[in-house]
Ligand binder design. Structure first.
Ligand SMILES: [Cu+2]
Length: 172
């Protein structure tokens, strides 16, 4: 009976636990951008959590071009960026899925601006390139990992109640 109960508890939430999926980005992966942009966006198949979500945009010279924190509006993650100089960029992202698990990935794009639109300066020289090992990401991992433990605790608690009930019923 306990086995059946545990199986039922485990089976119910499973279907709703698929990770959020990245559907598209701006700029598109591999694209060449020829006009200034003010943000990088990632569109998911469902709303994701803003807390602990990080999008790192690294550009020429290894500098970070991310400006401030991500903003999640519905299913779209917006990462403002400093004016991008012509060159190659890498976007490393990690967001907390609707189900509480972190999902991550990276993609690249190229900026090729006409000289008249080239920003006079990038981020301050020597500004350290941020990396996905940002503390917020580690915290996000812990948040995601907590759910299975909560579920496990819940199952144990239910099991204990059932055992106590059976023991009581058997008492003469
Ligand atoms: Cu998940």
């Amino acid at each position: 009976m306990i086995v059946a109960l545990v199986a039922a508890v485990l089976a119910v939430p499973q279907a709703a636990w698929a990770h959020s999926q990245l559907l598209s980005t701006t700029p598109t992966a591999g694209a060449t951008v020829t006009a200034p942009i003010s943000e990088v966006t990632l569109t998911f198949n469902e709303p994701v959590h803003q807390k602990f979500s990080v999008v790192v945009v690294n550009g020429p010279g290894g500098a970070s071009y991310s400006a401030g924190h991500v903003q999640v509006i519905d299913s779209v993650v917006h990462q403002p960026v400093h004016p991008l100089r012509s060159g190659s960029y890498t976007v490393a992202w990690r967001v907390v899925s609707a189900d509480g698990h972190p999902v991550e990935g990276r993609f690249g794009f190229t900026v090729a601006l006409p000289a008249s639109l080239e920003p006079s300066a990038g981020p301050a020289a020597g500004s350290p390139a941020a990396s996905p090992s940002h503390p917020a990401i580690a915290a996000g991992t812990r948040t995601g990992a907590r759910w299975p433990w909560l579920l496990g605790g819940g199952v144990l608690a239910i099991g204990a109640v059932v055992v106590a009930g059976v023991a009581k019923a058997k008492r003469p």
